[in-house]
Design a binder for this molecule. Structure first.
Ligand SMILES: NC(=O)C1=CN([C@@H]2O[C@H](COP(=O)(O)OP(=O)(O)OC[C@H]3O[C@@H](n4cnc5c(N)ncnc54)[C@H](O)[C@@H]3O)[C@@H](O)[C@H]2O)C=CC1
Ligand SMILES: O=C([O-])CC(=O)C(=O)O
Length: 330
C-alpha cells in the first residue's frame, strides 16, 4: 500500500447519503485496495455528535485503507489540503417539491464552501457536488473559487446515468454490462434528457433496437427523469444508498479514468459544446483520463434530442439567473 493517503472531504457526513458513502470510501471503493484514504468530514454544529457516532462505526470496521478521520464544523479547517471534495451536505427535497425549489435554502451553503476550498484545498483538488440542485450549486461553488481551475468542479448526474442504464437493461433483457455510450444531457432535474440515440445494447444502437419513439418519449424518459420523486414517494426519503454509490462511481471514474471505448455522464463546465452556453454546469458525455475530463465531440443531435437538451439547458440558465439575483455568484 502506498504511504501518503488521499484526503477526501465529505460534507453532510452525518446525513443519509453520508451514512452509506463514508463506508464505501473507507473500504477502498473509490481508489482501490492499495490507496489509503483520510476522511475529512464537515457537518453543521448540531450534527457533530451524530457524526461522532458514525466515526465510531468507521473505527469498528477496521478498514485497512482508512488512514484517518477528522471531523469538524469549520470548512477552512476540514478542507485543509484535501484532494477531493464531495459536497453532499444540503437539504433534500420532500414530496411535491422540485429540486430547484431548494435553491434558496441550499445555494447559500456553496458560496462559503467554494471560498474555503479556494483558500485551503490541495493544488490538485477535484470537487463533486451531490447536494441539490447539484448543477447550480456546483456553479456557485466554482464561481466563488477563482484560483481553482474551473474544470475541477463537477456535479453528479451519474445516478441518472445509472438509472438510465438499468431501465434500458430491463426493457431489452440485456445485462447492465452490455449497455454502453449512455448519456444524460442537461440538468439533474425532471428536465434531464437520457439519450438512447447514441446508447448501445450489446454493440447495437439502442434507439434502433427499440424502434418505439412513443415508449421513449412517454415511458423511458419520464421514468428515468422522475425516478428521484418515485423513490421519495415509496421510501418517504430521497435516494441515499444509490446516490452514494453514484457519487463513488463519478469520483472514481474521474480519478482513475473511464473504460476504453466508452463514456460516462458528468455535469461539467460547458465550453459551448452542443450549443450549451459556455460556463453552465451541464451534463455531457465525457471521457476521463489522468484526472481530466473531455466532452465527447461530434455526436449527431437529432430534432428529438435537440428540443430536450435545449429545454433542460434553459432551466439551467434560469437557475443561474436566480442565484445571481440572490448574490451567490462570486
Ligand atoms: N445529485 C444527486 O443525484 C442526488 C442528490 N441528493 C441530494 O443530496 C443532498 C443530501 O441528501 P441526504 O444525505 O439524503 O440529506 P440529509 O438531510 O440526510 O443529510 C444532509 C446533511 O447535510 C448536513 N448539512 C447541512 N448544511 C450543511 C453545511 N453547511 N455544511 C455541512 N453539512 C451540512 C445536514 O446537517 C445533514 O446531516 C440533498 O440535497 C439531496 O437532495 C440526493 C440524492 C441524489
Ligand atoms: O430526487 C431527489 O430529490 C434526490 C435526487 O436528486 C435523486 O434521487 O435523484
Amino acid at each position: 500500500m502506498s504511504t501518503s493517503p488521499v484526503k477526501v472531504a465529505v460534507t453532510g457526513a452525518a446525513g443519509q447519503i453520508g451514512y452509506s458513502l463514508l463506508f464505501r470510501i473507507a473500504s477502498g471503493s473509490l481508489f482501490g485496495p492499495d490507496t489509503p484514504v483520510e476522511l475529512r468530514l464537515l457537518e453543521i454544529t448540531p450534527a457533530l455528535k451524530a457524526l461522532e457516532g458514525v466515526v465510531m462505526e468507521l473505527d469498528d470496521c477496521a478498514f485497512p485503507t482508512l488512514a484517518g478521520v477528522e471531523i469538524g464544523d469549520n470548512a477552512e479547517k476540514v478542507f485543509d489540503g484535501v484532494n477531493h471534495a464531495l459536497l453532499v451536505g444540503a437539504r433534500p427535497r420532500g414530496p411535491g417539491m422540485e429540486r430547484g425549489d431548494l435553491l434558496e435554502a441550499n445555494g447559500g451553503i456553496f458560496a462559503p464552501q467554494g471560498k474555503a476550498l479556494n483558500s485551503v484545498a490541495a493544488d490538485d483538488i477535484r470537487v463533486t457536488v451531490t447536494g441539490n440542485p447539484a448543477n447550480t450549486n456546483a456553479l456557485i461553488a466554482m464561481s466563488n473559487a477563482p484560483d481553482i481551475p474551473q474544470e475541477r468542479f463537477s456535479a453528479l448526474t451519474r445516478l441518472d446515468h445509472n438509472r438510465a442504464i438499468s431501465q434500458l437493461a430491463a426493457k431489452t433483457g440485456a445485462a447492465v454490462t452490455d449497455i454502453t455510450h449512455m448519456t444524460i444531457w442537461g440538468n439533474h432535474s425532471a428536465t434531464q434528457y437520457p439519450d438512447l440515440f447514441h446508447a448501445e445494447v450489446g454493440g447495437r444502437n439502442a434507439a434502433e433496437l427499440i424502434n418505439d419513439e412513443a415508449w421513449l418519449a412517454d415511458t423511458y424518459i419520464p421514468t428515468v427523469a422522475k425516478r428521484g420523486a418515485a423513490i421519495i414517494d415509496a421510501r418517504g426519503a430521497s435516494s441515499a444508498a444509490s446516490a452514494a454509490s453514484a457519487t463513488v462511481d463519478h469520483a472514481r471514474d474521474w480519478a482513475l479514468g473511464t473504460a476504453p471505448g466508452d463514456w460516462v455522464s458528468m455535469s461539467v463546465r460547458s465550453d459551448g459544446s452542443y450549443g450549451v452556453p459556455e460556463g453552465l454546469i451541464s451534463s455531457f458525455p465525457v471521457t476521463t483520463s489522468n484526472g481530466d475530463w473531455q466532452i465527447v465531440q461530434g455526436l449527431e443531435i437529432n430534432d428529438f434530442s435537440r428540443a430536450r437538451i435545449d429545454a433542460s439547458v434553459k432551466e439551467l440558465e434560469e437557475e443561474r439567473d436566480a442565484v445571481r439575483g440572490l448574490g451567490l455568484l462570486g
